[in-house]
Design a protein around this ligand. Structure first.
Ligand SMILES: Nc1ncnc2c1ncn2[C@@H]1O[C@H](COP(=O)(O)OP(=O)(O)OP(=O)(O)O)[C@@H](O)[C@H]1O
Ligand SMILES: [Mg+2]
Length: 251
């Protein structure tokens, strides 16, 4: 990698209390500025654990993380300001309207007044939500909730956007809107994107770089096209995924 990584993970280890095996084992990872980085892996591979540590939602047992040259353990308050998070589980208040939810998340990042209103309106329009902003979230479809969840993570224009399976359980239309918007964000605002998924076809089209994680360890990483040409028996990322992670159930 030519440039200094915007995220560097060194020897990260996390063991949950109830578990015999660590969920993440001595994981090393570098993510370059401006990349769309796919952290891929089967159920239980350690994707959510890794990004929850990266977002300071849970603590690691061992290892270091550097974001934009700063140590996460020492500078988490500053680092949180440049990160946007879109969690795997929908994190919205069901009884509030979409607008009230977005205002709440905007306020958490210190946004208010006309500026916040404009940001909500423009992002909502990009996701086809402008007519529905004043409806309660518990009346929304799964796809609409996912889109609101995503808007909540990008109102403060984060330099790094971390998304945990943002396209799971939604239709092709919603998926395309989300992926196209993320591509634009990456191109126009130079947002570095870290995305987890087990949808190999989507990752192959969307990501500039990927790492495949299995049982808490990286099993391969690189640019999708380089990885595919490096495994002569594989035609696509899914073939590589199955070759490296096997066919048995994980959880
Ligand atoms: N709070 C927890 N307590 C105990 N074990 C946990 C906890 N959260 C996750 N684990 C375990 O840690 C391992 C990694 O889980 P994690 O959620 O990071 O995987 P994942 O790759 O995100 O999976 P998925 O694709 O299903 O979302 C799994 O074995 C899981 O059962
Ligand atoms: Mg997960």
């Amino acid at each position: 990698m030519a440039s200094t990584p915007i995220i560097e993970i060194r020897q990260l280890t996390k063991r949950y209390h109830q578990s015999d095996e660590p969920a993440v084992k001595k994981l090393d990872l570098k993510i370059g500025k401006g990349e769309i980085f796919g952290l891929l892996g089967p159920n239980g591979a350690g994707k959510t654990t890794t990004i929850s540590i990266l977002c300071s939602q849970i603590n690691a047992d061992e290892g270091d993380i550097f974001v934009d040259g700063k140590n996460l353990a020492a500078d988490s308050v500053q680092i949180k300001k440049i990160i946007g998070v879109v969690p795997q589980e929908i994190a919205l208040y069901q009884k509030l309207t979409a607008y009230e939810n977005l205002r709440f998340f905007g306020n958490m990042y210190g946004l208010k007044g006309e500026d916040l209103k404009e940001r909500i309106m423009s992002r909502a329009a990009a996701f086809g939500l402008e007519q529905k902003l004043h409806r309660k979230v518990n009346t929304f479809s799964g796809g609409m909730k996912r889109r609101v969840n995503l808007v909540a993570g990008i109102l403060h224009r984060p330099r790094i956007l971390i998304l945990d399976e943002p396209t799971v359980g939604i239709d092709v239309q919603s998926k395309n809107v989300i992926i196209d918007y993320l591509k634009q964000l990456n191109e126009k605002e130079e947002t570095t994107i870290v995305y987890t998924s087990h949808l190999m076809e989507e990752a192959e089209r969307f990501c500039t770089h990927i790492a495949i994680l299995d049982m808490g360890k990286i099993v391969t990483e690189g640019k999708p096209e380089e990885l595919i040409s490096g495994y002569p028996s594989c035609n696509n990322l899914e073939d590589i995924f199955l070759l490296l992670t096997g066919r048995s159930l994980r959880d």
